[in-house]
Design a protein around this ligand. Structure first.
Ligand code: BDR
Ligand code: CA
Length: 326
């Protein structure tokens, strides 16, 4: 099987942690590195969480973690999603004390160097605010031609937002970065709330994973407990939405998703800040951003949620055996 080499840009974050565990155990993925970004919690915590998660979920694997941006391109980080993900970012699980240190390079440079070493091979999987990707583009525009693709968990096209009535969190958290990233000439797949809100996992789902893989799956179930509680209290749901893992599964199992090729832009200011919209490129220019001239953004608009959940469960259920799921 040909592996898909990826760099995961992330702000762990409970669903980021679930996505990392999935990626480390997915037979089709080679995790070349992890880069961290401000977001669900501050950069110190997202970096510590990423290091700790990798040591825990794949002891001895030595996947490098490069620390990224502490704040968005413009202004200071505004949100603290502690009420969603816990003050430390990983719910009620014990705080990690990583033994390893972050990579010497900052995230943007790590991304540019690794991608340049393997032109046309590496896919960037961005599951947090897009600040690091925007810095990479600004420092080295060539990166856009050297990646295999960019998969982004972000946006809400035909459904409401989750941080405001209009916007999805990752694009809202750094809209200037989102505009730069969406406008760059690299092949983007946007995995937004249109699909991720359909993938809802109840408590018993995580109990099965914990039974199958008591060490890693048990930890995952403990993480999910906090997240499920948030969804119960704030959305009246009896399960949590699998946002970030769905983006990774869109890469490993694209046939489970409906894709549309659309010109997409993002509002950078005002009430609709962070909202994506379908627009002709010339119309988009007036909104403070621009869409790709060839309309080549792939937007995932529907999903077979049951099969996505099955893939995730099968993969995580094998996590304790050192076996790699499908
Ligand atoms: C996104 O926002 C964050 O809270 C999650 O980790 C996910 O990346 C969902 O809108
Ligand atoms: Ca995230």
């Amino acid at each position: 099987m040909t592996l898909i080499p990826i760099i995961i840009d992330t702000d762990p974050g409970i669903d980021d942690a679930l996505a990392l565990v999935y990626a480390l155990n997915a037979a089709r993925l080679e995790v070349v590195g992890v880069t961290t970004v401000h977001g669900n919690v501050g950069i110190e915590r997202t970096t510590r969480n990423a290091l700790g998660l990798l040591e825990f979920a794949r002891p001895g694997a030595r996947v490098p973690v490069a620390r990224g941006a502490a704040q968005p391109l413009l202004g200071a980080a505004e949100s603290d999603a502690g009420f969603v993900h816990g003050i430390e970012g990983l719910g009620n699980t014990p705080v990690f004390t990583p033994r390893t240190a972050p990579h010497a390079l900052p995230a943007w440079q790590f991304i540019c160097e690794r991608v340049a070493e393997r032109p046309g091979e590496i896919t960037l999987c961005a599951i947090g605010p897009l600040t690091n990707l925007a810095h990479a583009l600004a420092h080295s525009p060539a990166v856009a031609r050297q990646v295999a693709g960019v998969v982004i968990m972000g946006g809400a096209l035909r459904v409401p937002g989750n941080i405001t009535p209009h916007a999805e969190y990752n694009l809202w958290a750094d809209p200037a970065a989102a505009a730069a990233v969406l406008a760059a000439p690299w092949p983007i797949t946007l995995v937004g709330l249109d699909v991720t809100t359909q993938v809802i996992c109840p408590p018993e789902y995580f109990r099965h994973i914990a039974e199958a893989a008591p060490r890693v799956g048990g930890f995952v179930a403990q993480l999910a407990e906090f997240y499920i509680d948030f969804y119960r209290r704030h959305a009246g749901l009896s399960g949590c939405q699998l946002h970030d893992p769905s983006a990774l599964i869109a890469l490993t199992h694209p046939a489970l998703f409906t894709a549309e090729s659309l010109p997409v832009a993002v509002n950078t200011h005002g009430e609709r800040r962070g909202r994506i919209f379908q627009s002709a490129p010339q119309e988009a220019a007036g909104q403070g951003t621009k869409a790709q001239p060839d309309g080549s953004i792939t937007v995932l608009t529907d999903v077979d949620a049951d099969l996505v959940k099955e893939v995730f469960m099968l993969t995580l259920s094998a996590a304790d055996q050192g076996r790699r799921g499908n």
